[in-house]
Design a protein around this ligand. Sequence first.
Ligand SMILES: CC(C)(COP(=O)(O)OP(=O)(O)OC[C@H]1O[C@@H](n2cnc3c(N)ncnc32)[C@H](O)[C@@H]1OP(=O)(O)O)[C@@H](O)C(=O)NCCC(=O)NCCS
Length: 181
Amino acid sequence: MGEDAILQRDTLAVPVTIRLCRETDLPALEWFGEFTPHREIIRRTFATQARGDGSMVLADVNGFPAGQVWIDYERKRHLRRATIWAVRVFPAFRRCGIGTRLMLAAERLVTARGVDEIELGIDRDNLGVIHFYERLGYEPSGTERGTYSYRTPDGRTVDVAIDQILLHKRLNDRHTRHAAQ
Ligand SMILES: CC(C)(COP(=O)(O)OP(=O)(O)OC[C@H]1O[C@@H](n2cnc3c(N)ncnc32)[C@H](O)[C@@H]1OP(=O)(O)O)[C@@H](O)C(=O)NCCC(=O)NCCS
């Protein structure tokens, strides 16, 4: 008998907790080095959460942040809009529903703050992901260009050009509002 025939395919239930980021999560958010260059961004965003102007929503799988969605209440507060960014699920955990659960949790948090519109940007070289957001009711609302900079842990300054399609969703559904309470 070949070894493949001896082995098996199985489906396991994995416990997932959707919760806010804690300071002790910050090293693991670097995902084994992939996001180490973003350490400054991660810490800056945690500080934003600590002063109440943002939320870092995590999908915790056995203590590992398998996915995340960040909410910025500050950037477009003047337009009464929350901005969602850094939506990502660790590759091995994709297409299991974690991204959807994170987005729905983020919507409940935004609604609970009395903000009824969410905006997010998709990089032009990642347009395939639009289906993920369309399934959740997001619609195109414009484009945005700009730049941002960050310093890596080894002291390099990285300048990044932003060229995004914007999507938005209004959260005026009574059921969403109810679920947030
Ligand atoms: C986008 C992302 C967060 C979705 O997380 P996820 O946990 O895989 O999402 P879910 O399992 O809840 O939903 C999966 C559904 O979203 C859609 N989807 C997700 N990623 C997609 C992609 N790249 N292209 C097309 N559809 C996609 C599919 O319809 C999929 O359903 P299916 O498996 O039945 O076809 C994840 O794929 C990811 O981290 N991608 C890389 C980072 C990224 O591009 N983030 C978005 C930045 S704007």
